[in-house]
Design a protein around this ligand. Sequence first.
Ligand code: UDP
Length: 239
Amino acid sequence: MTSGIRFKRVLLKVSGEALMGSQGFGIDVTVVDRIAGDIREARELGADISVVIGGGNIFRGVAVASKGGDRVTGDHMGMLATVINALALRTSLLKIGVESIVLSAIAMPEICESFSQRDALAHAAAGRVVIFAGGTGNPFFTTDSAAALRAAEMGAEALFKGTQVDGIYTADPKTDPTAVRFEQLTHSEVLQRGLAVMDVAAVALARENHIPIVVFSIHEKGEFARILSGTGRATIVTD
Ligand code: UDP
């Protein structure tokens, strides 16, 4: 059933942190299973879903750079972390009968397929959930930028950014009780106000390609599908 969904083709950004649950590090399989279930539910509404996955639950390049190490090597380690997460998500999707494919921006043919836009579109057309690993494949970028990039390449109608809270706030609502939530913003407002929801490059790329960003809580079970159906809480960033 596709009637009534707000966006048919969607790119979901899942941060690495979302996968670690309350552990503080690594992968909590129960959480990955729940996110896989949310993706299945959204697909059952008729949406085509692809996913960009982060790596911050395992490694971030800045951790090396901040201790005087080589940033590029650190970023390579971070990109490898995203591949581990992508394999975890594929495993969870497989368990519930959702066909998916991992496409990595860095070739590692023994482990997964390599990214090309052509193949990504073909897998999506065949009904698979395409999981993009390896970020952009370049150091000094983030998986948020990869999400905006892949959203543009896939012709996504919206980029769903799963976060710790239910939208964009004036400040971090977890630490600042006076923080106020936005219902709607423009890409330019996000950039001008310096709202720390995605990095500047990601927001600018989404703006240039007229891709709405839907910021919602990845921790609310079923919220992804509810927002696609027109209910649920999110901040929507549009032109
Ligand atoms: N990374 C990179 N290039 C990219 C995407 C990611 O070098 O295009 C590296 C970078 O070191 C980053 C790490 O991979 O810190 C994990 O990605 P990110 O921090 O975006 O993950 P998230 O915050 O979404 O968990």
